[in-house]
Write a protein that binds this ligand. Sequence first.
Ligand code: ZN
Length: 192
Amino acid sequence: MAGASATIPSSFFGSSGTSAGGLGVATNQQEKQGGIIFVHNLDPSVNYSEFNKTLREHLIKNGFSENTQVTMYSGWKSFKAKWKGMPTANLIIQNFYAAGAPLDDGVLGFAKLGSNTALVYGKGSILGKQHNPSMIDLINIATHEIGHGILSFDHSETGSMRAVYGSGRGRKDLIDFDSEQQETIKTSIWGQ
Ligand SMILES: [Zn+2]
């Protein structure tokens, strides 16, 4: 297939998925397509245009493809991405009150190792305590959970994957993955 000038079909029904340019055949156009992180809005208090933009820039700085998209979930976009063979993942921003997680345990998000879905707790109150993450907190927590879920990273001593986030009063800085993790990202499907 090397050198074949295959074209990406412009209409979904135009490809059987077995000929050159169909599913599974890497073309030049597809090499640097990047993946899509779909954000699911279950906390309306978050400024999603700022969140999506900031998270995207942060991920690209940390080794994700420059074509990475962070965008609100759409069934059609998800369908199209899967058809194109693009990696996709889901990031759920959950209202903290609705989530009902124990704040005393310091749980700020959740992702199962190696799954493509991550959960971040947004604003809310539980048992009279306020949970009020800043935009920077939300980005840091999202980055950490994406590390667990999408990239299968376990906790590490330094960087985004540290187990303890902070003092509970939030942070002022965006936290990067450590250099080894960034190299792993660059060579993963999310880095291409
Ligand atoms: Zn963790």
